[in-house]
Ligand binder design. Structure first.
Ligand code: SF4
Length: 357
């Protein structure tokens, strides 16, 4: 992971990582004011690596992923900043060029395969069509490719299943079919938005294994959007934690999960169940609700929910927005919190988490 500050050096024209997102903003004007769903988000990703973007509903993670696909073009959304993919800037790219990239160079696995797969067409026909949009091949070649993809994602009897309709597939099989459709054109960037939310735990583990295996096979970069730190622990190399449309912690999986530096990340970790815990273990949800994206709280936007704001002197938490800064002694673990490192260590009691890769 290369450290990306929110300010872009003036002498850089084309960033060097495979994916460079720089100061991305997605704002929606409404009658009540401007909804700042994404407000100054930056990150990088290399091919063959996975970034997990984590946060509660309304944190801006899904809106960020749609911006990577250029899906806000033609809507009321105001998108600014830069998204560089393999040397090409996508925010300013005309829609017809973006359409060529979508499904081929960049592809997405959506949360709910039942609403993403068309109920009137067979699964094989839909995968074949996704292939034909970007390749000049005959119908038979496209059909063969669809069967091959179903086989690669572990669907038994793929020739027969290709002729079936989405409702004839189980939830896990439908998600596999969606993955087959997303990968049919060998995308270089794969975005997975809550790909396992609707699945039971066993199938969830199988789907995560599948994404990881296919990523290794295809060498793609993967962005996985989730509210579940367990999912990112399983699959990611880096983690970006978002709150109120902004980055609040960013680092490698090991750093963020072993030595989390932001009280919101601590809250996310404490609100997840963990293996080896009591059957009746109580989870500790983060108190309060996510903030309004029209009127973010002053200072640190997490302060109304933060149990530690009184440990920071002079009311800084309510008055001054913390910058996302690297931890002393680390180049690439960043957090936006006014608490000093000693206080964090005392609060965390050494600072190890229950989740590790
Ligand atoms: Fe809590 Fe203050 Fe840190 Fe925000 S800056 S997370 S309010 S301690």
């Amino acid at each position: 992971m290369a450290l990306v500050s929110s300010l872009r050096p003036v002498d850089v024209t084309v960033p060097s990582s495979f994916l460079d997102v720089l100061d991305l903003r997605v704002h929606f004007p409404t009658e009540d004011g401007v909804v700042k769903s994404v407000d100054g988000v930056s990150f990088t990703l290399e091919k063959g690596k996975t970034l997990g973007i984590v946060g509660e509903s309304g944190s801006g993670k899904s809106v960020t992923s749609l911006a990577l696909l250029g899906l806000h073009k033609g809507t009321r959304a105001q998108v600014s900043g830069e998204v560089w993919l393999d040397g090409k800037e996508l925010v300013a790219l005309p829609e017809h060029e973006m359409r060529n990239l979508r499904g081929s160079t960049v592809s997405m696995i959506f949360q709910d395969p039942l609403s993403s797969l068309h109920p009137f067409f067979t699964v094989g026909a839909q995968i074949a069509e996704a292939y034909q949009v970007h390749h000049k091949v005959s119908k038979k070649e496209a059909r063969d490719r669809a069967v091959e993809m179903l086989k690669r994602v572990g669907i038994p009897q793929p020739e027969r299943r290709a002729k079936e309709y989405p409702h004839q597939f189980s939830g896990g099989m439908r998600q596999r079919a969606m993955i087959a459709m997303s990968l049919v054109c060998d995308p270089e960037l794969l975005i997975a938005d809550e790909p396992t939310t609707a699945l039971d735990v066993t199938v969830q583990a199988q789907i995560l294994d599948l994404i990881r295996d296919l990523q290794q096979e295809f060498g793609s970069a993967v962005v996985i959007i989730t509210h579940d730190l367990g999912v990112v622990a399983e699959i990611s190399d880096d983690i970006l934690v978002m709150y109120g449309g902004r980055r609040i912690e960013y680092g490698t999986v090991r750093d963020v999960l072993h030595t989390p530096q932001h009280p919101y990340t601590w809250g996310l970790l404490q609100s997840m169940p963990h293996l080896g815990g009591d059957v009746g273990q109580r989870l500790n949800p983060i108190p309060g609700s996510p903030p309004s994206l029209i009127n973010l709280p002053s200072g640190c936007s997490f302060h109304p929910r933060c149990a530690f704001k009184d440990r920071v002197p002079d009311g800084r938490c309510t008055a001054e927005r913390p910058e996302l800064l690297p931890l002393p002694g680390t180049g690439e673990h960043l957090a936006a919190c006014h608490l000093d490192p000693e206080s964090k260590k005392t609060i965390r009691g050494g600072g190890t988490s229950r989740t590790e890769k």
